[in-house]
Design a binder for this molecule. Structure first.
Ligand SMILES: [Mg+2]
Length: 284
């Protein structure tokens, strides 16, 4: 929800009463932005970089195990028949998995605004995203082992050219003559944010060794349940985490947040719903 910033707030007050009566301290005139700390952590901290580097080092170790085991697949229900003799592939999400969009998050913090697709499209077209630490080394290692690297993202098809440019800018493997950048709405059957049709598309021709993402939806279609339903689905797949499925951290946005307000971005009191979802100490 768009919140008024300091200057807009003063403008509204000044329209009705004399400025001299404005006694509200400046620090209270604007609400704090929900994403300040998460953006700072993701953009500037060695702690964040350490976590993503660790996740990708684990992915490299697991890739070697997966290559040696012909029965290994990260998408057992979506692989499409026998996968043993198919060439190997890995599937990565793009945003906050491969590309760091924290400049866009920082722009929203500093402009007291929240996500909308028009500003997001302008940011993507600026080709200003940077590599998530560890992602370049992992994808290049996979390519060196003959593993095809696919990117399945809910960036929309109209942003494909800019997305490719941004990946190419840093030398990510681009698949040669195979289309490895599979975006939402690129084909009529890929209209949904749910990624299983695109994973199945890859699984028809490749043995998928690993999924990497920062959002539950990068692994399962049932990510838009309640927080309790999400945990039940997470537990159902507990053997996958850290082996075939590698999760990257994203404290800035994701279905973990929207689960608290029933994934309804028109909900006017998102902060209240999030506060209501907290488990709170009773106090002294
Ligand atoms: Mg993502």
């Amino acid at each position: 929800m768009k919140r008024l910033n300091l200057f807009q707030g003063i403008g509204i007050v000044a329209g009705g009463i004399a400025l001299a009566t404005l006694a509200v301290p400046a620090a209270n005139a604007a609400e704090p932005h929900d994403n300040l700390n998460a953006t700072l952590w993701m953009q500037g901290s060695v702690e964040y970089a350490g976590v993503t580097m660790g996740a990708y080092q684990l992915a490299i170790a697991m890739l070697d195990k997966a290559l040696a085991d012909k029965n290994w697949t990260a998408i057992p229900g979506e692989q499409g028949g026998s996968h043993k003799d198919k060439p190997p592939a890995v599937i990565l999400d793009v945003d906050e998995t491969v590309l760091d969009n924290s400049k866009f998050q920082a722009w929203m913090v500093m402009n007291d605004t929240y996500f909308n697709s028009k500003d997001w499209g302008a940011f993507v077209n600026s080709v200003d995203s940077t590599p998530i630490p560890g992602s370049l080394a992992f994808t290049k290692y996979a390519e060196s082992k003959g593993v095809k690297v696919f990117y399945i993202s809910n960036r929309t098809g109209d942003l494909e050219e800019a997305t490719r440019k941004n990946l190419e800018k840093y030398g990510y493997p681009m698949g040669g003559n195979v289309d490895t950048v599979l975006l939402k709405k690129e084909k009529p059957e890929w209209a949904s944010s749910k990624k299983s049709p695109r994973r199945s598309h890859v699984g028809a021709d490749y043995r998928v060794l690993m999924l990497l993402g920062d959002n539950f939806g990068d692994f399962v279609d049932g990510y838009k349940g309640s927080t309790a339903e999400r945990h039940a689905l997470f537990d159902k797949h507990k053997d996958m985490w850290g082996t075939k499925w590698i999760m990257l951290p994203n404290p800035s946005y994701g279905s973990w947040e929207s689960a608290t307000f029933s994934h309804d971005y028109k909900e006017p009191d998102q902060r209240g719903k999030k506060q209501g979802a907290l488990s709170v100490w009773a106090g002294q």
